[in-house]
Design a protein around this ligand. Sequence first.
Ligand code: AMP
Length: 179
Amino acid sequence: MKLFGKKNENYTMVIGCGRLGANLANALSDIGESVAIIDKNPDAFRKLASSFGGLTVTGDATEISVLDNADIAKATAVISVTNKDNTNIMVALLAKKMYNIKRVVARLYDPDCECVYDEFGIETICPAVLSAKEIDKFLPEFDLSEKTEIAHTERDAKQKAGQLHTAAGAGVKDGGAYE
Ligand code: AMP
């Protein structure tokens, strides 16, 4: 088995072996990067290419022992793309705050959570926001992404993030599940 996280080597950890996670892990492996992927469902690893040369770890990624089995402490980047916002948030916060990983990105379905996590230095991607922006390219005259409920939610979240930033000891907001 390949050695992971050697000094000066990139080591990327992907959480969730769904369509997106498996594709990212396959692509990283294809370009010769060290990669580990975690999923609670071992069948999910069937989505990995036969050429996948990384590590697969079965388990709930919100459990420290599972993250440790995948050697998260040596990761240079963590990408959390399970189908549950609260899982992605928890893993991202653990990676950032407990393991001090510099580059952490989480997929969040609920745009309400997105800006709040910017405050913790966690990059977030929200498919609904990205989709609205892409649709704008087809119908630029309407500027729809600015007028949707999503845009309003994003603005509210930014405001909330500002309030959280000033209030000491802000906690984790429950992000909800999308299955
Ligand atoms: P998809 O909806 O296709 O992006 O797939 C999401 C993947 O995330 C599925 O394979 C789930 O089994 C996985 N998943 C969901 N929750 C967890 C968790 N707590 N730990 C590890 N994997 C998870």
